[in-house]
Design a binder for this molecule. Structure first.
Ligand SMILES: Nc1ncnc2c1ncn2[C@@H]1O[C@H](COP(=O)(O)OP(=O)(O)O)[C@@H](O)[C@H]1O
Ligand SMILES: [Mg+2]
Length: 510
């Protein structure tokens, strides 16, 4: 185990990318036992700064000091040597290896063990028991939900015995319960003298967990101070440089002309068990129906079967009264279903393609973007420029690769593509996950705009605030079925929370 880091300092750190000054002369420090929240809108430079600390990037200027001694961190293994561990925003796991194998990969460099998978399995079990992070060590990564994958990342870093933990949006994919547990865990770790840098857009969590905040805006440090001095609203304002108002629905839609009808659907999940177990649900035109639930209760499978990504065993899925179940994804797209998937980087976009290519991805072979097999380049150029400006996508130009955009801007690319295709029905899975409040405000405005244009919307989310803000009705999914549907005027966090835990009758619960 490496020595405790009693003081870490990053001094005058500057890091540039072509056309972008990602970190501009930033000074931050951290003491043992402290939890520092690093705040900033998408693209502010948080991840870049942390990648510098973790040895993934070399800064153009600036120095790092540990316990008053200058250190050169030129690789993650050097960072680990100094006791610095990082859980990344985008997962670094190998999908076709198991949990044990993925953790073992991280341990090879540390030479704690020879590659004895049984020992690694034991270590995982110890760590997951000690910190209450449950995971099946033998599961393949591809079988796990995003939330479970995040847990594996955390376990991996804990197995390495890091003293300074960098958590880049660790709760973006966790359920509210898991988040509460993580907060308790982080505080325990800080009490034992570890230090933590915590990046999150969820300001309630930041308030609950951190001692201090540093706020970045456009690559510069604009504020540093004690967390307790601030409310969520003043923190949001410091990040955005303006006040933020999350839009809310004023009244429930009266629409009752069904657009999507899901009738008694059964479907298997990745693990081969019945993940949708007789699920029924109707969404009307001009209505937003929320799906609340703890992740892993069939949300992913529901989105997959509607979009033709996986098959149903039994039941019906009707769009405008016509069966679309088990059609190919392309056919379903053509029938007018738009999809904002949970996994933006793999399913939602092709990261190595440009913004322009991602925008036209679903329509490049149709008029007016192509004519008689030929792409209409000038039309495509204008079309993509228009969407970049309408949806306020921040990128140097339309040839920028999606991989180098911040999460909020990738989400805007997907929204631009899906909404501009004028879908009849939109499936939005966790659309504001990981976004800062300014970007989340924008996404919700766009969803409400689509609703007012009579689009039916199915909004899958774990954020009760999000569901209560913009849904007409909220359906709670539990073990592959809809347990109950609540109208917006009677839905409360308490009622939803109990239903999400599978408790249908409140009186019985007591
Ligand atoms: N590998 C990269 N290549 C080019 N530009 C990048 C790269 N990584 C980040 N950027 C740019 O640097 C800026 C800061 O990004 P990032 O550190 O990811 O912000 P945050 O984590 O605060 O959302 C953004 O403008 C982003 O587009
Ligand atoms: Mg980031």
């Amino acid at each position: 185990m490496s020595e405790i880091i009693s003081k870490l300092e990053m001094k005058k750190i500057t890091k540039k990318f072509p056309g972008v000054l990602a970190c501009n002369n930033i000074d931050i420090y951290l003491k043992s036992g402290e939890i520092l929240a690093l705040l900033g809108e998408n693209g502010a430079g948080k991840t870049t700064l942390m990648n510098v600390l973790f040895g993934l990037y070399q800064p153009e200027h600036g120095k790092i000091f540990i316990n008053d001694k200058q250190v050169i961190i030129n690789s993650p293994s050097t960072a680990f040597k100094y006791g610095i561990g990082m859980v990344h925003q985008h997962f670094m796991l190998v999908p076709n290896l198991t949990v044990v194998e993925n953790v073992a990969l991280g341990l090879i460099g540390k030479r704690i063990f020879k590659l004895d998978l049984n020992k690694v399995r034991k270590r995982i079990e110890e760590v997951s028991k000690e910190y209450g992070l449950s995971v099946n060590p033998n599961a393949y990564i591809w079988q796990l939900s995003v939330g479970e994958q995040q847990r594996v990342e955390l376990i991996k870093v804990l197995c390495l015995g890091a003293n300074l933990l960098i958590l880049d949006e660790p709760t973006a994919a966790l359920t509210p319960q898991e988040t509460d547990e993580l907060i308790v865990l982080l505080k325990q770790m800080a009490e034992k003298g570890r230090s933590i840098i915590f990046i999150s857009h969820k300001l309630n969590e930041v308030k609950a967990v951190s001692n201090r905040v540093c706020v970045l805006r456009n690559g510069s440090l604009v504020y540093e101070g004690k967390t307790q001095k601030h409310s969520v609203a003043t923190l949001a304002e410091k990040m955005a440089g303006r006040e933020i108002y999350m839009p809310t629905l004023k009244e429930k839609s009266q629409a009752n002309s069904p657009i999507l009808e899901i009738k008694n659907v059964f479907a298997k999940g990745n693990m081969g068990t019945m993940a949708l177990d007789g699920l029924s649900l109707t969404v009307s035109k001009g209505e937003i129906v929320g799906i609340a639930g703890v992740s892993g209760n069939g949300q992913k499978e529901l989105a997959d079967v509607i979009n033709g990504i996986s098959h149903i065993e039994r039941g019906k899925i009707l769009l405008n009264s016509k069966n679309i179940a088990n059609l190919a994804p392309q056919q379903i797209i053509n029938k007018g279903i738009g999809y904002i998937p949970e996994d933006r980087m793999h399913e939602g976009t092709i990261p190595s393609f440009s913004v322009k290519e991602n925008i036209i991805m679903k329509d490049y072979n149709k008029k007016p973007l192509s004519k008689k097999m030929f792409l209409q380049n000038s039309i495509i150029e204008k079309y993509s420029q228009k969407l970049i400006s309408n949806f306020d996508i921040k990128c140097p130009d339309n040839k920028t690769m999606c991989a180098s955009l911040s999460g909020g801007n990738v989400q805007k690319v997907i929204l631009a593509r899906e909404l501009s295709r004028k879908p009849k029905m939109l499936i939005a899975a966790y659309p504001i996950r990981g976004l800062d409040l300014g970007a989340a405000e924008y996404v919700h405005e766009q969803l409400l705009e689509a609703r007012s244009e009579n689009v039916g919307i199915l909004l899958i989310s774990e954020e009760l605030d999000e569901l209560l803000d913009i849904c007409d009705r909220i359906a709670v999914i539990y073990e592959g079925k809809i347990l109950e549907i609540l109208d917006r005027d009677i839905a409360t966090k308490t009622k939803l929370g109990l239903l999400m835990a599978g408790i249908k009758n409140e009186k019985k619960a007591i």
